[in-house]
Unconditional design. Structure first.
Length: 95
């Protein structure tokens, strides 16, 4: 069974994804912004900052023509949620 805290964090990541194109576009959906916040919510802000910065760097390619960039919000959120919480895996395995 999924922990309530991970379920709530998963829902928060899904809501943050709306910021990417559908609502407000305040850039809070960027991994460099929400990574440290999500990490701090689970008591590991350094891990959140590191993984958030890593996914931010991986998603810097400009979408030109038919290029479809990775969804950095979902990728970083999934990575952080796998590395945080009671049943966490190592950050290397989460990435």
């Amino acid at each position: 069974m999924i922990e309530p805290s991970l379920l709530g964090a998963s829902a928060a990541v899904a809501i943050l994804e709306l910021d990417a194109a559908s609502a407000a576009q305040l850039m809070i959906c960027r991994p460099a912004v929400f990574g440290p916040v999500l990490g701090a919510a689970f008591g590991q802000p350094a891990l959140g900052m590191g993984l958030g910065a890593l996914w931010e760097l991986l998603s810097l390619d400009a979408p030109i023509g038919g290029y479809l960039p990775i969804n950095a919000t979902v990728a970083a959120g999934a990575c952080l949620l796998m590395a945080l919480g009671d049943g966490a895996v190592s950050p290397e395995a989460a990435f």
